[in-house]
Design a protein around this ligand. Structure first.
Ligand code: ATP
Length: 138
């Protein structure tokens, strides 16, 4: 019988190792949109957009929020070097809600005051992403 091909996933941030597991498939949000990695994928390198990362293991889907970084695929290993990454169940919903409210207030006054629009917009995107992924972890 053919040996089962294995794919290893590692998600690393400046603070910690978030995931280190053998998985069946990885889907992530690259610069050009969502991409999927199966075993035996060709070597591949891309930047990541703030977005969802999900993987399947033993028929179970796991979701993470990833706020940006790089993905590298080589020798059946997917390495995600992320600015920040949280598993769905690790996301603090109150904190993400507060971050969303702060960002929305800043954006609302952005036309009249010299605030950093792009910074507030990025913070809003991160908070909305976290709230969306947290829903999936319930
Ligand atoms: P906040 O304003 O709440 O700090 P942020 O978007 O500025 O949000 P980041 O700079 O993306 O936060 O992340 C800083 C650190 O805090 C990272 O380690 C990230 O994983 C963690 N983090 C941020 N928001 C949450 C959250 N809602 N739940 C769990 N961890 C979070």
């Amino acid at each position: 019988m053919a040996e089962k091909l294995e794919l290893e996933l590692e998600v690393v941030t400046p603070d910690r190792l978030v995931v280190q597991e053998k998985v069946d498939i990885v889907m992530a949000t690259g610069a050009l949109g969502e991409f999927g990695i199966l075993p035996n994928h060709i070597p591949f390198l891309t930047t990541l957009q703030p977005g969802e990362l999900r993987y399947r293991k033993d028929n179970q889907l796991e979701y993470l929020a990833v706020t940006g970084g790089f993905a590298e695929v080589s020798d059946n290993k997917v390495t995600i070097l992320a600015e920040a990454a949280e598993r769905a169940r690790e996301i603090d919903i109150d904190r993400a809600t507060r971050a969303r409210e702060r960002a929305e207030k800043r954006l609302a006054i952005a036309r009249t005051e010299a605030i950093d629009f792009l910074r507030a917009e990025s913070a809003l995107k991160r908070s909305l992403l976290r709230l969306r992924i947290a829903e999936k972890g319930r």
